[in-house]
Ligand binder design. Sequence first.
Ligand SMILES: Cc1cc2nc3c(=O)[nH]c(=O)nc-3n(C[C@H](O)[C@H](O)[C@H](O)COP(=O)(O)O)c2cc1C
Length: 188
Amino acid sequence: MKEKQLENFFDVVTKRRSIRKYKDIEIPDEHIQTMLEAAQLAPSTNNSQPWRYVVVKEPETIKLLSLVAGRQKFIANAKAIIIAVANRAASCCPGNPSMWYVQDTMIATEHLVLAATALGYGSCWVAMLDSRNSQNIVAVKEALRIPEGADIVALVTLGVPDEVPSPRSTLELNEIGFSEAYGFSWSA
Ligand SMILES: Cc1cc2nc3c(=O)[nH]c(=O)nc-3n(C[C@H](O)[C@H](O)[C@H](O)COP(=O)(O)O)c2cc1C
């Protein structure tokens, strides 16, 4: 890749949107590798790095994932899906109820998503694995050979964007930023 690596960080953050329509263009493995490298650099509790990623390009598996993820049809058209898995066994503190291993994995996954954006890909986080149907989860874990003690945290769909999403609303800075104490709006 590396041609787009120097893209300004704020340009990348601004450009990142959830993209649910993709062109029929394959994603080269080198680009997936760059996304994984970005995840590799994420912070984690005690540097435990509990994230694991299963890269799926096989159309049949992509179809299976689209069925179990709350039947969200766009998933079936992704050119690749990266399944973010939080490995409890690799957690810094097994048995700790804080679920840091899940938080670590989500941070690393956003690194991956921003790398995808920088490379010109569209992506969408999908957290809605249909948890009402545990059979579905079992089927996915079996298909992807995800071991006991490792939790699927999210799917990230990937592809060359074939849509420009309409602007989305964001909370005002004075609603999310506080100065010195909660509720005291930040202003510069
Ligand atoms: C943890 C998480 C789970 C999400 N799950 C889904 C999902 O299951 N399906 C979907 O279409 N979008 C999903 N999204 C995308 C959000 O809807 C999207 O980020 C939000 O509407 C803001 O739009 P933007 O990403 O374009 O800024 C998810 C996002 C996050 C962070």
